[in-house]
Design a protein around this ligand. Structure first.
Ligand code: NAD
Length: 256
């Protein structure tokens, strides 16, 4: 379905980003990977689908590096057709104890990076009159939780940004939508399970059950593979008039 297209997925060396990159590769898209840590493993996983991949290690908190990454992607594959803004971090503290530099970092990576990649990707998408921009927000783009002020602010903001980009391009072949996962068991969430286990002296299993029980009625994690399939749907022809939605996949979290 996506043969000949190029997808750039930020933060795709791990977790949800890697799941989305693999789902798009399975549909034939060439992939530009980004993120920290091991690169060879993720590269081999997407290339296993018979597509080409490239990697750029831009730090999503640095606009200059984001510009270099976008130029690199265009140089490698001609153009970015599918942009998935996924890189994100979490920091947990009550507002009065929230370190200002942590606030700035969360906003830069979770929100401002998507502004920079999007503004740089749009001109070529407009020329081709085709593009898919997918922002990985969170159920925290729709509802709040304590101790996550910067994260919740960044995710609500990216849902707003998604709607503006969708509207500005509504008469074109470019769509922009957000995905809002509930709990997904990735390194980002395992850290929160570990913190709960340590604070309450619980086993990993007990802490996981408590974490799910507080918020997610299904008592099940959403998987990166399931989120990848939603991204594939957004890229399909059938979704060409799906514009500006914030689609939760959250086991009923936001329905409460
Ligand atoms: P993860 O920690 O497994 O992966 C994050 C990815 O982002 C990694 O590839 C990491 O290297 C990369 N990254 C981090 N900082 C970066 C930076 N400054 N520059 C470039 N890359 C950077 O996390 P995840 O759970 O897969 O999260 C991915 C996205 O999904 C995030 O935006 C997160 O907010 C969102 N999300 C996650 C959950 C969940 O339960 N895990 C739920 C809702 C939304």
């Amino acid at each position: 379905m996506l043969k000949g297209k190029t997808a750039l997925v930020t933060g795709s060396t791990s977790g949800i980003g890697l799941g989305i990159a693999k789902a798009l590769a399975r549909q034939g898209a060439n992939i530009v990977l980004n993120g920290f840590g091991d690169v060879d493993g993720p590269k081999a996983q997407v290339e296993a689908f018979g597509v080409k991949s490239a990697y750029h290690g831009a730090d999503m908190s640095k606009p200059g590096e984001i510009e270099e990454m976008m130029k690199f992607a265009a140089g490698e594959f001609g153009r970015v057709d599918i942009l998935v803004n996924n890189a994100g971090i979490q920091h947990v503290a009550p507002v009065e104890d929230f370190a200002p530099e942590k606030w700035d970092q969360v906003i830069a990576i979770n929100l401002s990076s998507a502004f920079h990649t999007t503004r740089l990707a749009l001109p070529a998408m407009k020329k081709a009159n085709w593009g898919r921009i997918i922002n990985v927000a969170s159920v925290h783009g729709l509802v709040a939780s304590v101790q996550k002020s910067a994260y919740v602010a960044s995710k609500h903001a990216i849902v707003g940004f998604t709607k503006v980009v969708a509207l500005e391009n509504a008469t074109t072949g470019i769509t922009c939508n957000a995905i809002c996962p509930g709990w997904v068991l990735t390194p980002l969430v395992q850290k929160q399970v570990d913190a709960k286990a340590a604070a309450l002296k619980l086993s990993n299993e007990e802490a996981t059950k408590q974490l799910l029980g507080e918020k997610e009625p299904s008592m099940q994690f959403t998987t990166p593979e399931e989120l990848g399939e939603l991204a594939v749907f957004f890229c399909s022809d059938a979704a060409k008039n799906v514009r500006g939605v914030a689609w939760n996949m959250d086991g009923g979290w936001a329905a409460q």
